[in-house]
Write a protein that binds this ligand. Structure first.
Ligand code: UDP
Length: 256
């Protein structure tokens, strides 16, 4: 699909934002089943701590670096990403813009009850010709009958593009375990809290924070409960430097 960059065991695609959008649109046009995951450094660190997660995360056809930590790790390991950060939130938003007026059937899954519908309604104000075929909240048991009922509804709606916004790594695990049961879905997008954003419930950080690479800090100020999760970040950072130093010792060669 494109050149890969291995960051601490996760196989990212080295793509710009626009290339990622094109690959997603190709998948819809050609009905080529594709999953998009957008791991940040918290998720990469979670894989390192629970290696069985690597298979789940690396199962996606398109993996883009959503987070300044992963982009910095690319530089530290001397395999920089040509497009810098590719934010899942923006990809999901742009895709809606590009699907406006096409016959692709879009389904929103995730968030608290009512959030998916609110996101759809907000987006329809700007893009009235997107073909939304269903919405469902993300609070169901991720295995067994409740999950099967969600899958049945997605299939019955004739879904082409499924937004799966259940938080990471829940959404990635659910997609990897269930995509084969939805053979006609072309695109699975694991997009965390994006529906909350599209619905206007969560504000994106002001541009200056994004520009300075401090969006994580803005989120921490707004949602202090993230502190524990974010403690993974320094661990990730030091581990990445350790890898760089061991690269040097082995003559600058990377194992992958
Ligand atoms: N969520 C969900 N089902 C669950 C748990 C969470 O739909 O069982 C939703 C939650 O309402 C929120 C999103 O998943 O909209 C997680 O957002 P967050 O910003 O925490 O995403 P992450 O940072 O994990 O990607």
């Amino acid at each position: 699909m494109s050149e890969k960059i291995n960051i601490r065991g996760v196989e990212f695609n080295n793509v710009t934002f626009e290339e990622a959008v094109s690959l997603l649109l190709d998948a819809v046009r050609e009905k080529k089943q594709t999953a998009l995951f957008t791991p940040n450094s918290e998720i990469v660190q979670a894989c390192i701590e629970k290696p069985e997660l690597f298979d789940v995360i690396n199962s996606a056809e398109l993996i883009v670096p959503d987070g300044i930590g992963v982009v910095k790790a690319g530089r530290i390991l001397r395999t920089p990403f040509k497009g810098g950060r590719v934010a899942g939130y923006d990809l999901g938003r742009e895709l809606i813009r590009r699907l406006d007026g096409t016959d692709a059937a879009v389904y929103f899954l995730g968030g608290k009850p009512g959030v998916a519908e609110a996101a759809r309604d907000k987006l329809l104000e700007e893009h009235p010709n997107v073909r939304f075929v269903g919405c469902a909240n993300g609070y169901f048991k991720k295995e067994g009958e409740e999950s099967d009922a969600v899958i049945e509804a997605v299939n019955a709606a004739g879904t082409d593009v499924l937004y799966v916004c259940l938080g990471a790594p829940t959404q990635e695990k659910w997609i990897a375990a269930n995509r084969a049961k939805m053979p006609d879905v072309s695109l699975f997008l694991g997009l965390g809290g994006s529906l909350d954003g599209y619905a206007g419930l969560v504000k994106r950080a002001p541009k200056i924070f994004i520009k300075l690479g401090l969006e994580w800090f803005y989120r921490l100020l707004k949602e202090p409960w993230r502190f524990k999760r974010m403690m993974k970040l320094p661990v990730f950072y030091f581990g990445t430097w350790k890898e760089r130093i061991s690269q040097k010792k082995s003559g600058g060669k990377r194992s992958s």
